[in-house]
Design a protein around this ligand. Sequence first.
Ligand code: IPM
Ligand code: MG
Length: 370
Amino acid sequence: MAANKNLLVLAGDGIGPEVMSQVRRVVEWMDKRRAVRFDVTEDLVGGAALDVHGVPLAEATLERAKAADAVLLGAVGGPKWDDLPFEKKPERGLLALRKEMELYANLRPAICFEALVEASTLKPEVVAGLDIMIVRELTGGTYFGEPRGIFDLPNGERKGVNTQVYTTHEIRRVAAVAFELARKRGHRVCSSEKANVMESGVLWREEVTKLHGEAYGDVELSHMYADNCGMQLVRAPKQFDVIVTDNLFGDMLSDVAAMLTGSLGMLPSASLGDPDETGRRKALYEPVHGSAPDIAGDGKANPIAALMSFAMCLRYSFDLGDDADLIEAAVKAVLGSGIRTGDIMATGAKLVSTQEMGDALLAELDKRAA
Ligand code: IPM
Ligand code: MG
């Protein structure tokens, strides 16, 4: 029998713990009902870690995350910690995890489920059948570039600085992930930057083009300025298959893509590093939505993005495509039966709590595995 899979659960702040407790139920279900066994450890990140350790990511937690087969994260941040100095903010915990684990490729699929076509603010014909994948570079660019900081100027003014910087190797490795994914999908990659105004964008375009010529001639490559890409995502999103872009543009474009699917509460993500000698990639899975402090603790949060992130974990970390398919099918069936959390509520549907959505998903899993 295969060794147990080690999962580290970092529920974090806001609605993080609520959605992750529903994911935990599904992990337990998998453990009992399918051929896979999990060892689950929990730890703190973000504001939850700050309150206990005084830092948003304790050293021991980082070591646990590096040693785990996969990390499942909820969300970080909240008004309670908004006034802290920058280095202590809950978000720094998440950014440190991404950087220290070298999770440079962030996969953010945007799929519009049949049952949610009406939940999107866009016209049904624009989003029906949508299935795109945004690959966001996650450990470089403006988020980490040096110099950075807020500096006092001799004239009494202040200067805020962040630096957009990319090297050849950073661009090539994330582009390779996008091309590989495209090979398993629609064989098309659109690379997005601002080569019209930024040198880092010029380099990005040149390196992606070069790698394409060297190794991925079977995939169709196009380029699009990031502003146009944002516009095209709301105008005609189905023109895309895989989009590859930098850290900051990827942050924005993936929020735009989320609304195509009906709600930010539906979008999962996987953050992957390079495979080691055994083929194992360091990996972290998290919903794209944040900690949503406005509804935290109310039982209103949609656990589907977190659950679909676990499905991505099964697919990408453990090669358990059938189990991932099972979860995705259960989600589709539950939505199809008209059960909705508030964020995707529609007239005539049944409004449920986070816990009740979990109940419905587990009942559907039971039915499918019977
Ligand atoms: C995301 C979030 C994060 C980011 C925040 C919470 C640091 O917006 O994952 O998209 O900016 O990357
Ligand atoms: Mg974001």
